[in-house]
Ligand binder design. Structure first.
Ligand SMILES: Cc1cc2nc3c(=O)[nH]c(=O)nc-3n(C[C@H](O)[C@H](O)[C@H](O)COP(=O)(O)OP(=O)(O)OC[C@H]3O[C@@H](n4cnc5c(N)ncnc54)[C@H](O)[C@@H]3O)c2cc1C
Length: 119
């Protein structure tokens, strides 16, 4: 049974390593305290949680950590567009509130391409 970084880590740009680890520990501890010791729900939840967080980190990295005039213009344009369509900034809520709090369509390559203007 793996938890924390040993179970798979995310891009540190979103600074969530400890939150991921603490949630893993809480879920696994609850299962160990149960009668069933059924870890399948943990594996399923963690895989989807990390899939969503990796996409949020990819968007964050593309928007915040690229250099050059095109990257600067895209960053500025992104904040203007987000004022009109807040869902374009939803990856930030995934980081702050947990990826399960947002609709599934936010965690698609199509959404990432729309935010990063690569579509
Ligand atoms: C540069 C950097 C910045 C980061 N910034 C943040 C941040 O701002 N916010 C955030 O939430 N997370 C951040 N993280 C991520 C966070 O530090 C990790 O996700 C978190 O520490 C993972 O916890 P862990 O217990 O899984 O692993 P670790 O903290 O790596 O603990 C594993 C422990 O196991 C020990 N160990 C390894 N092998 C053995 C062995 N064979 N026998 C005995 N002991 C062993 C290691 O010495 C270590 O003490 C950052 C990470 C890095 C590298």
């Amino acid at each position: 049974m793996l938890v924390g970084d040993a179970a798979g880590w995310n891009d540190p740009i979103v600074g969530l390593g400890l939150s991921i680890t603490y949630r893993d520990v809480r879920i696994v501890s609850d299962i160990l305290a149960s009668d069933t010791w059924d870890f399948a729900p943990y594996a399923e939840e963690r895989a989807e949680r990390l899939r969503r967080l990796r996409l949020a980190a990819k968007i964050t990295s593309g928007l915040d950590a690229e250099f050059g005039e095109a990257a600067k213009a895209r960053r500025r344009h992104h904040f203007e567009k987000t004022a009109e369509d807040p869902m374009l900034g939803a990856h930030g809520f995934a980081v702050m509130a947990g990826p399960e709090t947002l609709p599934a369509e936010i965690f698609t390559e199509a959404h990432a391409a729309r935010v990063l203007e690569t579509a």
